[in-house]
Design a protein around this ligand. Structure first.
Ligand code: ADP
Ligand code: MG
Length: 369
């Protein structure tokens, strides 16, 4: 009943400006949760609206299950109500004058589902989203998080073949957001529905997605399971957007398979992973995550073992961020724990695991912010 979603060479050009979606292709297999992640304006909502049929693509193809639903070249554009899709938006799209039960029953009444069957389905879905006890309450008496659960229940109750969610947590306060984030994956997985979820929040993407697609300027840069996005980012933008905030400039001396030797400032040599296409002799930026730098490691024989000077520190209670001067540049390193171990002005041994140092061509666009 849940269907595969297939998006191929999707383009959307509005009357002004650059393309909002620029040749985006991806699939979500039946029952999979795919998250599109990227900064504001990168084309997430437009992609979702094209899938829903609320927007007419300029070109490309969208298929849900076996049915081609948007194929502009052939004049195919199946209207939204015939796509059997559930949708949840940022704003709580609930009817304020109704109770929780009335809200969730509404789509079944529209579909002329018999009363007894409707009652059973509503009870089931309210239990699933944790609102059984609130069924007879006016929806306006609920918290924001609960209203979003009503919106979710209402879009799941008729068992759509595809669920679309557009930043459904972004209007909630921090605590409710975390609670619903952790619940959402379980709820979606229990129904088995295929889901396309868009957000600008990397932590939501990681918790929710079976795969994450990172977007920028209308383009899909990489789509992969969360651990691959975090451990093998395809380019500097993906690395940076998902939290690899360090970038050390250098020059690639030699490539040796997937790895290479990078000369950084001060004449140091660093072993780093190389994406395809970075040629020896070229200028690179080596990206790495603050949490992947190991501090105080006595392992002089290991590759990428260096000494750094602590130039600053930010104690955050359960972790400390150290500012380090090393390799002719600056690095930030994060260490978990409630103790500050290295005072400002001291020297510390550092180990930069080669597989977690990624050398991207410096010709790529500069990291954001
Ligand atoms: N109806 C519209 N008319 C013109 N431009 C639009 C319209 N909707 C979106 N855009 C533009 O398309 C780009 C992508 O927008 P959007 O899909 O809303 O991004 P996101 O959801 O990732 O923040 C932006 O540059 C936005 O200004
Ligand atoms: Mg949006």
């Amino acid at each position: 009943m849940s269907a595969e979603l297939k998006v191929e060479h999707l383009r959307k050009v509005f009357s002004v400006g650059r393309p909002a979606i620029d040749d985006v292709s991806f699939r979500a297999t039946a029952g999979e949760i795919v998250v599109l992640l990227g900064p504001s304006g990168c084309g997430k909502t437009t992609t979702l609206r094209c899938v829903a049929g609320l927007e007419t693509p300029t070109s490309g193809e969208i298929a849900i299950g076996r049915e081609a639903v948007s194929v502009p070249a052939r004049g195919v554009l199946v209207p939204p109500r015939l796509r059997n899709i559930g949708m949840v938006f940022q704003s709580y799209a609930v009817w304020p004058h109704m109770t929780v039960r009335q809200n969730v029953t509404y789509p079944l009444r529209q579909r002329r589902v018999p009363r007894a069957e409707a009652g059973r389905k509503v009870d089931e879905v309210l239990a699933l989203v944790g609102l059984s006890e609130y069924a007879e309450r006016p929806v306006v008496s609920l918290s924001g998080g609960q209203m979003q659960r009503v919106a979710l229940a209402r879009s799941l109750v008729y068992q759509p073949q595809l669920l679309l969610l557009d930043e459904p947590l972004s209007n909630l306060d921090a605590k409710l957001r975390l609670r619903l984030r952790d619940d959402l994956r379980r709820i979606i997985k229990q129904t088995g529905v295929t889901a396309l979820y868009v957000t600008h929040d990397q932590s939501e993407a990681v918790v929710l997605g079976d795969r994450i697609g990172v977007m920028r300027d209308g383009k899909l840069l990489q789509i992969a399971p969360p651990n691959e996005i975090y451990n093998r980012p395809a380019d500097m933008f993906v690395a940076n957007f998902t939290g690899a905030s360090n970038a050390l400039p250098g020059r690639l001396l030699a490539r040796n398979g997937e790895f290479g030797t990078v000369e950084t400032g001060g004449g140091n040599r660093l072993t780093a992973w190389l994406p395809p296409g970075v040629a020896a002799g070229s200028e690179v930026n080596v990206a790495l995550r603050p949490e992947n730098i190991r501090l105080g490691v006595q392992a002089a024989a290991e590759p990428n073992h260096f000494t750094a000077r602590v130039t600053g520190q930010r104690y955050q209670g359960t972790q400390t961020i150290y500012e380090l001067a090393t390799l002719g540049g600056r690095l930030e390193a994060l260490e978990l724990g409630t103790n500050v171990r290295y005072p400002v002005g001291s020297d510390v041994e550092i180990l930069l695991p080669p597989e977690l140092c990624w050398a991207y061509s410096a010709q790529e666009a500069a990291p954001m912010e």
